[in-house]
Design a protein around this ligand. Sequence first.
Ligand code: SAH
Length: 337
Amino acid sequence: MKKIRDYTLEELETELINLGEKKYRAKQIFAWLYKSLRSFDEMTDLPKELIEKLKNNFILDCIEIETFQKSKDGTIKYLLKLSDGNKIESVLMQYKYGYTVCVSNQVGCKMGCNFCASAKIGYIRDLTPAEIIGQILEIEKKENVKVSNIVFMGIGEPFDNYDNVLKAIRIINDPKGLNIGARHISISTCGLVDKILRFSEENIQCNLCISLHSSRDDVRSGMMPVNKKYNILEIMNACKKYIEKTNRRITFEYALVDGVNDSKEDAIHLAKLLRGMLCHVNLIPINKIKDGKYEKSTAERIMAFRDTLNEKGIVATIRRELGSDISAACGQLVRNS
Ligand code: SAH
């Protein structure tokens, strides 16, 4: 059956017209979908026949929390089960400014980055918009909180599931949907150049993050096979076009690996690459994964790397490590556990 939260308001209007209903009903229904309701029966301003029709044509829920683990820093990792039995993980983090949910967008991932646990489990399928949004709704319901920020940094490559992710973003952003401002939504990509260009045309104010991890093609290709398809120069050119088009600052994510990409020369090389760009570097101490060959850089080296970037005029910050004691940190999410 169709998942009712897979549709934007405009699409739901078409669905209702196809069912012989008036267009305005879609607005009423859409508004209910993002309140915490358990059944179509709770849509109290709809006629009984319409509720029956909805029940016969759509399902409301398609994802549920199976288990969760709480970190000593307060971060919570959830294992969620989809209607077909597949499982994914999502993370809730608490910051001074509110709650952030890190959502998954695929069951597994095709990209094969050799430092990421999500890549090791292979790819099964894309998530639909309802399954992406369902992660947020289920967590909000369970914890009785209102989430203020969403990061597409869980399992999967968002630009490899472009249409569903974009639709989910539109619904998350819609004032009648989850009503989360686009500036509070971040999407992270390993650098699919064609999609970066497409994203620059979307007229949406989300934050774009690029997983760079090295400014040298040989090193980057060793870490991320996708670099053989789209190299650093191609990514930079696409990023420049994105900035030109949107006037928005890009975040470059850079996971520091001991002895691989964390020397002073690496920092200088990176600063040269990014010079003059409207950007920001987010340094991530690499998280160890099972059978992973990479070791985390020391805190001193991480700070020195940041300082070199700053001295060269590149704004760089170090990402707070949350949830690593429960394998909920960057790159540690898996589709089954
Ligand atoms: N597929 C998207 C989103 C993935 S995860 C992407 O590649 O951007 C979000 C961030 O965590 C990415 O920058 C990713 O490269 C990084 N990451 C993956 N594994 C990591 C690890 N073991 N330690 C630190 N960061 C990691």
